[in-house]
Write a protein that binds this ligand. Structure first.
Ligand SMILES: [Zn+2]
Length: 464
């Protein structure tokens, strides 16, 4: 059934004025209240009108305002006055409900400024609507509380942020705007069934440890191998830099060029790299000793029990010379301060798959965020429908009718088939894919969060 220009059957369009940038649509509700909302009496009298302007979705590239002479009515039975009901309008926001919804969705992929410009609303209103939209999404999407939780730092939009993940499922369950103790504590405190968390893997970051100890006292804190052995590589770098004073410019360049050889595991070196390493370590014994200690530190992680690891660590610690010691000072301090949590790893190792995917995510995350607020980015990551449904983008536009069969006339060239009508896609779905419904989603299966590999793939393909 053809309908009015607004496509709102609840309203009768009385007049449309079009200017360069805007549509001014005067309309009135089709149904006028016939009963008092207070006492249901139908004895109503008119009590004046006032003109109200409601914003609507942009149309043909123009902003849309709907002008309504809202009637006030008075009930003759109970004496109360009230405004007539205005269907499909979000009256508190002075706009249509569909505009509110559209702005919420659009704000995930567009800047607030561009939406303000396109709708004629102020940026503050757009931000406000977006907050409400996030609030609604949060209510409908529930991620399972992980048994094995990861709390890590990722740089997103110029700041270190806290990313909470599910290690067993390789998923993200939340992103917090900073990594302060207070922020993490509040988050953990609000987490449903938080007693289900048995292990928490984290960076060497004291506020995480303090927050988890306070809110999840029963959970075992585990420091992933990755963060600890990385500090042995840092020691190697410090030794290399410490040597620079003794070197000529040419030698410095050479050492800079060969730094990756020093950072590589011994077992991964090829013959040429091994020769290279030998020449540096023979000529500069401090470099050689640091390399040896770096390799031996990795060796600690071959231990199979916490006790064995501790024995290996003590043996390693004993042989460090005073000359080399400063390079390993940070590592030794960390090991001392975090010892029980570092040793927990030997009983409860974090999976390599998780560590690797998290590191890939850290690498690609830099590409995200330009032009977005952290809130928008977080919402995109956590609630983007295509991540959850593993579908991409919206379905292709499909024309409504099949093209008329074309009579093949004589003398028509082959490429005239269809008279320039678009070529039909062969693989047309029978009907468009179902819209994402979080309620439905949850009934179907437990939701463990956002799959990290899917997220990485989408960021790399520029789909987020
Ligand atoms: Zn009444």
């Amino acid at each position: 059934m053809p309908t009015n220009i607004l496509n709102l059957p609840q309203y009768r369009v009385l007049r449309v004025e079009e200017t360069n940038h805007d549509y001014h649509v005067t309309a009135e509700p089709v149904d006028v209240a016939s009963a008092c909302p207070h006492c249901q009496s139908d004895r109503l009298t008119s009590w004046g009108t006032r003109e109200q302007v409601f914003k609507d979705m942009p149309m043909h590239g123009k902003r849309v305002g709907i002008y309504i002479d809202t009637k006030r009515l008075r009930c003759q039975s109970c004496g109360k006055t009230f405004s007539q009901a205005l269907p499909v309008l979000a009256e508190n926001r002075m706009m249509t409900e569909r505009l509110v919804k559209w702005i919420g969705q659009q704000a995930l992929k567009r800047t607030f400024t561009s939406l303000a410009d396109e709708t004629g609303l102020v940026e503050g209103t757009i931000r406000n609507i977006f907050r409400g939209y996030i609030g609604e999404l949060e209510k409908t999407v529930h991620f399972e509380t992980p048994k094995w939780m990861g709390i890590n730092e990722i740089h997103i939009i110029n700041k270190p942020r806290c990313v909470v993940s599910n290690i067993q499922n390789n998923t993200i369950v939340d992103m917090l705007h900073n990594r302060n103790k207070d922020t993490v504590e509040k988050y953990l405190f609000k987490m449903p069934n938080r007693d289900q968390v048995q292990y928490v893997a984290m960076d060497l970051w004291v506020p995480y440890r303090d927050a988890v100890s306070a809110v999840l006292p029963e959970a075992t804190i585990v420091i992933d191998k990755f963060y600890v052995v990385r500090m042995a590589n840092d020691a190697m770098e410090k030794a290399r830099k410490g040597l620079r004073g003794e070197l000529t410019i040419k030698q410095k360049r050479g050492l800079m060029h060969d730094r990756f050889v020093l950072l590589k595991r011994e077992s991964d070196l090829n013959d040429k790299e091994r020769l290279n390493l030998d020449s540096w370590t023979k000529n500069y014994p401090a470099l050689g000793e640091t390399y040896r200690l770096k390799e031996d530190f990795y060796g600690i992680y071959e231990a199979e029990t916490p006790e064995d690891a501790m024995r290996r660590y003590e043996a390693w610690h004993r042989v460090i010379s005073t000359e080399i010691r400063p390079y390993f000072a940070d590592l030794i301090r960390a090991f001392t301060n975090w010892q029980p949590f570092i040793l927990n790893y030997f009983e409860h190792p974090v999976t390599n798959a998780y560590t690797e995917s998290l590191n890939s995510l850290i690498r690609v995350m830099n590409r995200l965020g330009r032009g977005y607020s952290f809130e928008a980015l977080r919402t995109k990551v956590l609630f983007t429908e295509s991540i959850h449904s593993h579908k991409q983008k919206r379905p292709r536009f499909e024309r409504k009718r099949e093209p008329e069969p074309v009579e093949m006339g004589y003398g028509l060239p082959d490429d005239a088939i269809g008279y320039g009508l678009p070529v039909m896609e062969k693989e047309r779905p029978l009907r468009p894919p179902e819209a994402y419904d979080p309620h439905k989603h949850e009934k179907r299966e437990k939701n463990y969060g956002v799959d990290i590999s899917t997220l990485i793939r989408m960021i790399e393909a520029g789909e987020l």
